[in-house]
Design a protein around this ligand. Structure first.
Ligand code: TRP
Length: 344
């Protein structure tokens, strides 16, 4: 355990089903940018196109087109391909092979208990028609994590069940095939700072998500951001400016707590709002200014990078080649541990 801080392997990723939003930024991207600069840390950032296909099989175009979008969001936020290996999941054939071995270590009943998958099945209204690939994606996620021997997985709170599933697989695998040796690395989850792991949608829904239509995107123009903030869910009973208002469950204050933490003006506005006499529009204007200072540098960098899509693709190619080598090496160890390395 000593000196564990000094040598972590980081792996995380996102499904390319749309451009990334503030939820991704707060829950994970900010963290990743800090981690890639830590001495001794190795970072792998994966664009999970295969996982995105598990519920978009009939719309591959959407997934494929968003690979570049996500890569642009990554780099705009400060992920640097010189410091982090940024790669595409489908370009790593070791991942589905590892998945096949891991599938045997997990029961159908165990998969049915995954709360995140359960919630997604509801939200996507699959009914009785759950795609098998979707149902087992937590197992393929264990392959993503273990292929790189990741020790630390920075993700949002909703990914906690995936980490638990991965840890169970690592435990079973090592027990059955390790003969006393740890073949696979036990990963730990790395959540964002307390209270900042998740940002609700602008409508007050607990989750910001593309499918709920309640997201602020990293690439949104300032005009769009303004409109979205102006439409934010506040206190429905705060009708006249003089009325006392509620700050709990009020998205404008929730966002200010995240993006203007410790700002004395926010504390003052909260007090004023609760007392009565402070209108929503004033608070919203302040939030717009704060978001402007966060999003404008990201948007400008993104616009510059988007001018050369070929360079982005080349960066992904180099990253995928590097990732493939690492994952192949782990796969060889796994094959050997099971004994299916017949020809040496
Ligand atoms: N499930 C993650 C998401 O929906 C994406 C993902 C795929 C991932 N494989 C991963 C995250 C491995 C962390 C580690 O955002």
């Amino acid at each position: 355990m000593e000196n564990k801080e000094a040598k972590e392997i980081i792996l995380t990723g996102d499904r390319p089903t749309g451009p990334l939003h503030l939820g991704h930024y707060v829950g994970s991207l900010k963290n990743r940018v800090l981690l890639q600069d830590k001495p001794g840390h190795t970072s792998y950032i994966m664009i999970a196109d295969q996982q995105a296909l598990t519920d978009n099989a009939d719309n591959p175009k959407k997934v494929v087109e968003n690979v570049i979008e996500v890569a642009l969001d990554y780099m705009a936020c400060g992920l640097d391909p010189k410091k982090s290996t940024i790669f595409i999941q489908s370009q790593i054939p070791a991942l589905p092979e590892l998945t096949v071995y891991y599938l045997n270590l997990v029961t159908v009943n165990r998969l049915k208990r995954n709360p995140t998958v359960k919630a997604e099945i509801q939200q996507k209204a699959f009914g009785q028609s759950i795609p098998t690939g979707f149902f087992v994606y937590p197992i393929s996620q264990a392959a993503d994590i273990t292929a790189f021997k990741a020790s630390l997985v920075p993700v949002g709170d909703d990914q906690r069940p995936m980490l638990e599933q991965t840890r169970e697989i690592v435990h079973s695998f090592n027990q059955i095939y390790g003969k006393g040796k740890d073949i696979l690395t036990m990963p730990d989850i790395l959540l964002a700072k307390e209270g900042q792991g998740r940002i609700p949608g602008i409508d007050g829904n607990a989750k910001m998500s593309k499918s709920l239509g309640n997201a602020i995107y990293l690439k949104d123009s300032m005009d769009v951001v303004k409109k979205k903030v102006m439409s934010m869910y506040t206190d429905p009973n705060h009708i006249r400016v003089e009325d006392p208002g509620q700050i709990e469950g009020n998205m404008v204050f929730t966002y200010l707590d995240i993006f203007a933490e410790g700002d004395p003006l926010v504390a003052e506005m909260k007090e004023h709002y609760q007392r009565g006499g402070l209108g929503d529009v004033k608070v919203k204007r302040y939030l717009i200014d704060i978001l402007d200072s966060v999003l404008t540098p990201i948007r400008e960098k993104r616009l510059a990078l988007a001018k050369d899509p070929a360079a982005v693709l080349e960066m992904l190619k180099v990253g995928s080649e590097r990732a493939r080598k690492t994952a192949d090496a782990t796969l060889q160890e796994v094959r050997q541990a099971i004994g299916v390395n017949y020809f040496g």
